[in-house]
Design a protein around this ligand. Structure first.
Ligand code: AMP
Length: 370
C-alpha cells in the first residue's frame, strides 16, 4: 500500500500499471480485429487520455492515425455537469473510421458532447474506447464499444488522470481515501521543547505521544536488553543504530492499534528512519500528516539543556561536550529531514522561543490545519 498526497487530499493504490497495460492491450487487439483492415483515426480526448492513447497505439498491431481533442468536465473531485469544448476538431474526418479514446466515462456528459461534435461530420463509423467506465453512475444510453476497465464510483488519479492538475504522471491509478489517523512528527534540535509541548498537545488532540528517547530511558532503567544496548550510544550523545530504533518504534505504534494518531517526538532522526516510517504507515493506509518543527537558536538550547540537566539527572544533559555531540548528530543526520518533508509539502516551522503557553498556542494553530 502506498498513500500519496495531492494538494489537500490523500490517495491510495487502486489499479497497477500492469493491470492497466493488460487491459489496454486487449482493447487494442480487439479494435484491430473488429475493423477488419480499415485504417482507424484514433482521436484522444485530452488531457486525461494522453498516456492511454500512447500505450494503446503502441499495442495496436496495424496502421493507424491519431489526433487530439480537448474537452473538460471536471473541476475538483465532483463532476460539474457542464462541458466546455476547448480545442475543437480540425482535419478531415469524413468517411473515416473514428475511434474515440476517452480516459474515463462516468455520468456520460463528456461522451454526449463527443457524439454531438461528430453528428454532422459524416464519419464512416464512430466507436468509443474508454479506459475506465463507472457503470454505477453512467446515465446515458450512448453505446460504448470498448471498456478496458470498469470501476466503482470512486475518484481516481494517475495514469493521465488528475486531481486539480496533479497526479497525471503517476504510472499506477490511485483512489481517494480518507485517513483515520492524525500523525505528526514533532521536530527540532535537542532542547527545543518537543517533549514538553507533546505532553500538552497529546491531551488537546487525543493522540498518543511516542518519545523514542523516553522509551530508551525506560529500557535503561528496567535494565532490558534494549536498554543495555542503547545506553552506551545515548551516554555519549550518539544516535542509537537505525534498525534497533525503527523496530522499537514500530512496536510502540503496534501497542496502540486503536489510537487516533501519534505525536512522534525524537523520531525520525535519520533519513532511513523517515523512509521506514513512511513505509510502515503506508502499509496501514495512513501517512504522516506533517512535520512541525520548533525553531530555536543553538545558544539558547545549550543553556536550556544544561539547566535541565541539573534537574533531570540525564547524563547526556550534563556535559557540554556531550550536548555539542548531540547537536553534531542533529546537524549531520537529522536536520536534512526538513528537506525530506518539505519536498512532500509537509514541513511547518514554528517559532520555539517564548513562554510554554505561547508556543503551545502556535503549535495548536498548525495541528488544527493538518
Ligand atoms: P531525546 O530524549 O530525544 O533527546 O533522545 C536521547 C537519546 O536517545 C539520543 O541522543 C539518542 O542517543 C537516543 N535516541 C532517541 N531517539 C532516537 C532515534 N530516533 N534514533 C536514534 N537514537 C535515538
Amino acid at each position: 500500500m502506498n498513500t500519496i498526497k495531492l494538494h489537500d487530499k490523500y490517495f491510495k493504490n487502486f489499479i497497477s500499471k500492469d493491470e492497466i497495460d493488460i487491459a489496454i492491450k486487449s482493447v487494442a487487439l480487439q479494435i484491430h480485429k473488429d475493423i477488419k483492415g480499415e485504417i482507424p483515426l484514433f482521436i484522444a480526448i485530452l488531457n486525461g487520455s494522453f498516456m492511454y492513447a500512447a500505450d494503446l497505439l503502441r499495442h495496436y498491431p496495424g496502421q493507424c492515425e491519431i489526433s487530439f481533442v480537448k474537452l473538460s468536465s471536471y473541476e475538483g473531485t465532483n463532476s460539474s455537469g457542464s462541458i466546455k469544448s476547448l480545442i475543437g476538431l480540425n482535419g478531415e474526418v469524413k468517411d473515416k473510421t473514428v475511434i474515440i479514446l476517452e480516459d474515463i466515462v462516468d455520468t456520460g456528459n463528456t461522451l454526449q458532447e463527443i457524439f454531438n461534435l461528430f453528428e454532422d461530420k459524416n464519419v464512416k463509423q464512430l466507436k468509443i474506447a474508454t479506459l475506465f467506465l463507472k457503470p454505477d453512475v453512467y446515465k446515458k444510453k450512448l453505446p460504448i464499444d470498448y471498456i478496458a476497465i470498469s470501476i466503482p464510483d470512486k475518484f481516481i488519479v494517475g495514469y493521465g488522470l488528475d486531481y486539480d492538475d496533479l497526479g497525471r504522471n503517476l504510472s499506477d491509478v490511485y483512489q481517494l481515501t480518507t485517513l483515520n489517523m492524525k500523525n505528526i512528527v514533532l521536530f527540532g534540535p535537542p532542547g527545543a521543547g518537543k517533549g514538553t509541548q507533546a505532553e500538552f498537545l497529546k491531551n488537546i488532540f487525543n493522540l498518543i505521544h511516542i518519545s523514542t528517547g523516553d522509551v530508551f530511558r525506560q529500557n535503561i532503567q528496567n535494565q532490558t536488553k534494549l536498554g543495555k544496548l542503547a545506553k552506551s550510544y545515548m551516554d555519549a550523545g550518539n544516535l542509537v543504530p537505525d534498525e534497533v530504533t525503527i523496530d522499537m518504534l514500530k512496536a510502540e505504534v503496534e501497542k496502540n492499534s486503536t489510537a487516533k494518531g501519534f505525536i512522534f517526538d525524537g523520531f525520525p532522526r535519520t533519513e532511513s528512519q523517515a523512509k521506514a516510517l513512511d513505509l510502515f504507515l503506508n502499509e496501514k493506509g495512513e501517512t504522516i500528516n506533517g512535520m512541525i518543527a520548533l525553531e530555536v537558536e543553538e545558544d539558547i538550547l545549550v543553556t536550556r539543556l544544561l539547566e535541565r540537566g541539573k534537574i533531570s539527572g540525564r547524563p547526556d544533559d550534563q556535559d557540554e561536550e556531550k550536548i555539542r555531540n548531540r547537536f553534531n548528530e542533529y546537524h549531520t543526520k537529522t536536520a536534512i529531514l526538513k528537506e525530506y518533508y518539505a519536498a512532500q509539502g509537509k514541513y511547518f516551522g514554528v517559532n520555539g522561543v517564548g513562554s510554554i503557553e505561547e508556543i503551545t498556542e502556535r503549535l495548536k494553530v498548525v495541528f488544527n490545519q493538518l
